[in-house]
Design a protein around this ligand. Structure first.
Ligand SMILES: [Zn+2]
Length: 301
């Protein structure tokens, strides 16, 4: 079959149509214009021209979904919403409890049962790392937190600029994650305490390490007792973490593991513009997009 578009002869026109049929892309051929070059598999068709606009008389076109490629019946296949990943990256297949999320405070369910934190806190930050994509503070071993009958060890603290979690659609300029995990090395469960920042007063905790952040992919050891998280969280006077939102979600970086208890403190902390900008300059914009499925239950504690 030979087709001529804008003076270019396409002897492989028949092949293009077949390819599209295999992908379930074409339902009905009638009037209309679409840009096929946007979604054709250019490698298979081996078109010499870098870009071209192929005008076809097509009115109804179903979406070209990768999950339809293996359809051997040459028929369009409806993909059930349950199977469709809501948010995914290539070769990853996260489920339905992905983080971060936008927390609608009005929808958060008031949790009447009390869930106290039991904290054994030595407050020993042993190192500051620059991982390239984030600044990380490492805890020395020995500090733990028990929440809902599970004991987690404090592992590390890192930052996201801008914040990952949204509160009623508002994005804050920075979010700090205190990452704790169970001893299980094969399949640990996580507790992440998230603290949102607005720009304001200089934050003393940040000022204790910001000048010690090493060059990219390097690590600086910190003398014990210099970087004190307890001052920052005001854990000396009370071991309460204050009011918070809680939900079951995932890590926000690969492998996006879904065994994470998220505790997002309601108190919005402050850091100076210079501090937020300094951290952002070091790590770039490293916030994952929010997970749009709002069926995740958020508890208001
Ligand atoms: Zn994080």
């Amino acid at each position: 079959m030979e087709i001529t578009f804008y003076g270019i002869k396409f002897a492989f026109g028949f092949r293009i149509i077949n390819c599209l049929k295999k992908r379930g892309a074409i339902n009905v051929l009638v009037g209309g214009v679409i840009k096929l070059s946007n979604f054709l598999d250019m490698k298979n068709i081996k078109i010499a021209q870098k870009t071209f606009m192929l005008s076809l008389f097509v009115a109804t076109v179903a979406g070209c979904n990768p999950s339809q490629v293996n359809n051997t019946q040459n028929e369009p296949v409806l993909v059930s919403p349950e199977r469709e990943p809501v948010y995914s990256l290539p070769s990853l297949d996260p489920g339905k409890q992905q983080s971060p999320i936008n927390i609608f405070t009005e929808n958060a369910k008031e949790d009447l049962s009390s869930h106290e934190f039991v904290i054994h806190f030595k407050d020993e930050i042993s190192a500051v790392e620059n991982l390239g994509h984030t600044i990380q503070l490492d805890f020395a071993r020995g500090s733990s937190i028990t929440f809902r009958d599970i004991t987690y060890n404090f592992r590390q603290i890192h930052f996201h600029t801008p914040a990952e979690h949204l509160i009623d659609g508002i994005t804050y300029p920075m979010e700090l994650h205190i990452v704790c995990s169970t001893e299980d090395k094969v399949s640990p469960s996580y507790l992440v305490i998230a603290i949102l920042f607005k720009m304001g007063k200089e934050n003393k905790f940040i000022s204790h390490f910001i000048n010690d952040v090493p060059r990219e992919h390097e690590i600086t050891n910190v003398n014990r007792g210099v970087v004190k998280l307890a001052d920052f969280l005001k854990l000396h006077s009370s071991k309460e973490l204050g009011h918070y939102f809680h939900y079951q979600g995932s890590l926000t970086t690969p492998p996006y593991t879904e065994k994470v208890n998220w505790v997002i403190l309601k108190t919005i902390y402050q850091a100076s513009r210079e501090q937020v900008e300094a951290i952002n300059k070091l790590e770039g914009n490293n916030a994952r997009h929010i997970h749009t499925d709002s069926n995740i239950q958020v508890d208001d504690d």
